[in-house]
Structures are given as structure tokens and as C-alpha cells.
Design a protein around this ligand. Structure first.
Ligand code: SAM
Length: 379
């Protein structure tokens, strides 16, 4: 595998700024994030390091090629001319996924077949074999045709990086771990401040906040596609993993709380915290938001309350927002950050936010409302 690949990191729309600052914190230059993707020249160590560490990225790819496509022929030739044999071994099991946006080629499944065919032709020619056995490790080739420019990528992460490895049960409308982390990184939370989520559901935000507070890497407890690749030197993974472990600050004194009205949600949250190895740091409690109170100063709430759709109706969600306001007002100088798609959140909560930001939660357009304490943006 070439040791200095072009790397592409993708993230959800709306959190580009957070990914950028995460990359910067990890020591990667200030690269622009365009259309939810940040590309730069790196090393195989970087591929492993980014997968292990990033909290807000969806996937880490190796960029194999970029070319203009007019029709199926140019797509076929474009893929066939990529030096695929440098990345895919003779026995690679190959899957192709892709998307076409604002382009002459728009039939995704036809493009998928063309791309796969071009890969098979290239590899059988180069390896001088009649057919690919495809009985080895899985390599996912992903193409994106945007405004007639085709980008061909090799997915090094495997399943999306939101799969941290600790969540195995599904609560009510759980938030993706990557979005949860993004919200916390957008908030004013710092490890020396208390953190609470009074609508904690399956515990995602409390667990992600704990990982951030203790500097525990996003992907420390999972495997990645490249872990199965015999042509990827696993020493890069060991180096990235050991470095991340050395950077952990598990002896920090932190105060993390999660509560929810639903006892089942609390038992799921506790299970997830245990699976993440973080149960001793988080206090989960069954509680209605109207009874939520913590006798602590200068804390941060980051929460994903009911939106008033599906499970909870509009009226129930509005009651939650009103109760949240009453409980929030009893706290001593806390900040609060709320994601919801409810258009009347500020009205029901009874206070205009200091700031708001448009974000998407599972393709649903939401707003993220910022309420700072009296010390402003950062303590
Ligand atoms: C959108 S879900 C939160 C999902 C959570 N972020 C996760 O990742 O699993 C909203 C949660 O609010 C809880 N809830 C509804 N009414 C509540 C109330 N009055 N007080 C506290 N929690 C409430 C529900 O039980 C549900 O778990």
C-alpha cells in the first residue's frame, strides 16, 4: 500500500467547523473542509491515527482518483486507469458503493456496476488471472459523482465512526455518537465543569462528554476496515492506539450526570456506560426534567429533548421545554445547549437563545440553541 496517500475525511453537514478544529488539535494543518470533506496528503500512520481519534468524522478514506465523467465509458476508463493493484490485493473482497449528485450520470446502481466491472478488469489484467476469487478481506470502494466530477475513495474505517462499540441497544430516537460529540465540542463544556443531560435516553451525550473530559479517543474501543488488511502494516495502528492510550486522563475528577423519565432508558444508558468502561464516572438517574436539579455551579447542559414528533406529541414536547426552563432557572450559573427540530422551542422555553446554529439530526433539519451563563462563551 502506498505510504503517502491522499486522505479524505468526511463529516455530517453543519459540523465542518468542529471537524476542522479537531483536526487542528490533533496536529493536522488548517485544511479547508469542502462539502463535508477535508482532503490532504498524509501517511498510513495518519490513516490509523485519524480513525482512532476523531470524534466528529463519519469516515476516513484514501482518495484513489478524481476525474471528469461524461458517460459510462469515461467512468469505466477513469476507474480502470487507477493503480488499484497498489491498494487491493489479489484476493480482495470488493464492494462498491456510491452516489450521483447534479451530474449527467444519475443512475447509481448502473454506475456501481460499471465501477465494479472496471475494477475487475484492471485487477485481473494486473494480477494476470482469469477471475477474482474475492475470498480475502473486505475493501469498500466508494465513488461520488458530483457535478460530473467522480471521486474514487477507499473506505479505511468500515462502518461509520459513530459506531464506537459501546452502544448495542436502541433507546427512543438516539442521537449519533458523532453528532453528540460535535454538540459537546460546540458547547462551552470543559472537564472541570459539571455536565448534565436531563433527557439522556440511551446515554450517548453523557458518555461522549465523559470521553471528551478524560481525553479518551473516539474510536479507542473499535476495529476498523484496515485492521483486516494484510497489505496495511498494523504497526501504524499499534502506534496510533498506544499514543491515544498514553494521552488519556482517566484520573481527572469529573462530574457527569444523565437523567431521563423512562426507567428503561436509564438501564440502557447504564449498560452503555459499562460497555464503554466509563460507568464509574457517570451518575444516571431516573427523573422527570421537572425535578432535575444539581447543587453545583457553572455546569453545562447539552441535551436532545423530545421534538414533538413520532413518540412524543407536540404538547408533551412543549411541556418538557416549559419544565426544562423552570429547572434551568434553579441552577447556579449553568449554560445550556439544546438540539431540537421544534420550531417553537424558544417560545415554549420562554427565552431567546444567545445563538443558534442549523444542524441535521438523521437528515432532519434542527436548530442547536445556545444559552450561555453570565460569564459568556467560555469560562
Ligand atoms: C430524543 S430522546 C434522547 C435520546 C438520547 N440523546 C440518546 O442518544 O439516546 C428524548 C428522551 O427524553 C425523555 N423524556 C421525555 N419526557 C421527559 C421528561 N418529562 N423528563 C425527562 N426525560 C423525558 C425520553 O424518555 C427520551 O429518552
Amino acid at each position: 500500500m502506498p505510504t503517502n496517500p491522499e486522505i479524505a475525511v468526511s463529516c455530517a453537514s453543519g459540523v465542518e467547523k468542529v471537524l476542522k478544529s479537531e483536526l487542528k488539535r490533533l496536529g493536522y494543518d488548517d485544511f479547508p473542509v469542502v462539502n463535508g470533506t477535508c482532503s490532504f496528503k498524509g501517511t498510513l500512520f495518519d490513516v490509523a491515527n485519524l480513525n482512532v481519534n476523531l470524534r466528529t468524522a463519519d469516515r476516513v478514506y484514501i482518495k484513489l482518483a478524481e476525474f471528469t465523467v461524461e458517460d459510462f465509458d469515461t467512468l469505466f476508463e477513469g476507474v480502470r486507469s487507477v493503480e488499484l493493484e497498489s491498494y487491493l490485493p489479489e484476493n480482495a473482497k470488493i464492494i462498491v458503493s456510491g452516489k450521483c449528485v447534479k451530474s449527467k450520470l444519475f443512475a447509481v446502481s448502473s454506475c456501481q456496476s460499471i465501477v465494479k466491472k472496471a475494477i475487475v478488469v484492471r485487477l485481473t489484467e494486473k494480477y494476470k488471472i482469469n477471475r477474482l476469487l474475492e475470498n480475502g478481506a473486505l475493501y469498500e470502494i466508494s465513488f461520488s459523482i458530483f457535478k460530473d466530477v467522480c471521486t474514487v475513495l477507499l473506505n479505511t474505517s468500515g462502518v461509520g465512526l459513530h459506531k464506537r462499540g459501546y452502544r448495542d441497544l436502541v433507546g427512543i430516537a438516539p442521537i449519533k455518537e458523532t453528532l453528540g460529540s460535535s454538540l459537546i465540542l460546540l458547547s462551552d463544556f470543559y472537564y472541570d465543569r459539571p455536565f448534565a443531560d436531563p433527557f439522556c435516553g440511551s446515554g450517548t451525550l453523557a458518555i461522549e462528554a465523559t470521553k471528551i473530559a478524560l481525553n479518551i479517543a473516539g474510536g479507542i474501543s473499535r476495529r476498523f476496515a484496515f485492521n483486516d488488511w494484510t497489505n496495511f502494516d498494523q504497526k501504524y495502528f499499534s502506534l496510533a492506539y498506544e499514543k491515544a492510550k498514553d494521552n488519556e486522563k482517566r484520573d481527572r475528577k469529573i462530574e457527569i450526570y444523565g437523567s431521563d423519565i423512562d426507567p428503561k432508558a436509564i438501564s440502557i444508558a447504564k449498560r452503555h456506560a459499562e460497555r464503554a468502561g466509563l460507568d464509574k464516572y457517570i451518575k444516571f438517574e431516573q427523573k422527570d426534567v421537572k425535578d432535575f436539579y444539581l447543587p453545583l455551579k457553572n455546569g453545562t447542559i447539552v441535551s436532545n429533548p423530545p421534538y414533538g414528533e413520532r413518540v412524543y406529541d407536540k404538547r408533551e414536547a412543549e411541556e418538557c421545554y416549559k419544565s426544562l426552563r423552570k429547572s434551568f432557572d434553579k441552577l447556579d450559573n449553568w449554560s445550556m445547549f439544546i438540539i431540537t427540530s421544534a420550531k417553537n422551542f424558544e417560545k415554549q422555553f420562554g427565552k431567546r437563545a444567545d445563538r443558534e446554529r442549523k444542524l441535521y439530526n438523521s437528515n432532519k433539519e434542527c436548530k442547536f440553541y445556545y444559552y450561555y451563563n453570565n460569564q459568556g462563551e467560555k469560562l
